[in-house]
Design a protein around this ligand. Structure first.
Ligand code: NI
Ligand code: MN
Length: 229
């Protein structure tokens, strides 16, 4: 019944769902936004939205150390296998497909972005993650531009959403505000900003705009901060 969310920084997230530890898009060692070490991360599951370095950087190391199940698209799953992650830890899914994992149902949703892996391998298509636990529905948009079918995702009834606001590589603040209007989550956390100069944003200003124009509550977290979903 209890879900704790922690914003590691950039686009790396931790979830504790009823005691199950989940890492989304592990980027620790080279992440300017966190001092947290990949060596200290607890993981039962690693979820990956796409193949870019700032999302998979520490996935292989954490998977090998913890034995966590890695949930990703099929192409990234194959690549993880080539990097030596044992087959029994790999769980491949793809867009539109959901699966009942031990902590909840994870459905891969569309995202408009790239997904090339760090060594140039094909990382398939990028995705977002819609997670349904015994009590809540959570949406992690991943790296994406605005798309109108966010409205369909919103129709599922979101308790919590994480959206990129950094601009340049993903939605910026204006489109992220439009995304909130399509998704209508109860709570939204901004991510993928302030890591590097091209994605510098004023999250407090975005919070003011969103809360003036929608019923969604914006929680701006500093790297390392948590909230109870
Ligand atoms: Ni990316
Ligand atoms: Mn990214």
């Amino acid at each position: 019944m209890a879900i704790k969310y922690t914003y590691v920084g950039h686009a790396t997230h931790l979830l504790d769902v009823n005691g199950t530890k989940i890492v989304i898009d592990p980027f620790f060692g080279d992440n300017p936004s966190t001092d947290m070490s990949a060596d200290a991360v607890e993981a039962d599951y690693i979820l990956l939205t796409h193949g870019h370095y700032d999302h998979v950087a520490d996935a292989v190391a954490i998977a090998k150390r913890t034995g966590a199940t890695v949930v990703s698209n099929f192409e990234i799953s194959n690549w993880l296998g080539q990097q030596g992650v044992p087959e029994e830890q790999l769980h491949a899914q793809h867009i539109g497909g959901g699966f009942n994992h031990s902590f909840g149902y994870v459905k891969f949703t569309i995202a408009h972005h790239g997904s090339g892996l760090p060594d140039g391998s094909d990382g398939g298509n990028p995705a977002g993650l819609l997670i349904t636990t015994d009590s809540k529905k959570l949406y992690f948009a991943g790296d994406t531009g605005l798309f109108y079918s966010m409205k369909l995702i919103g129709e599922e009834g979101l308790d919590f959403a994480v959206l990129p606001i950094g601009d340049n590589f993903t939605m910026g603040p204006d489109d992220a505000l439009r995304a909130v209007k399509l998704l209508t989550p109860k709570v939204v956390v901004p991510s993928h900003y302030n890591t590097w100069p091209p994605i510098a944003q004023d999250a407090e200003a975005w919070k003011s705009r969103v809360e003036a124009e929608t019923d969604t509550k914006v929680v701006v977290l500093k790297p390392g901060e948590s909230l109870d979903v």
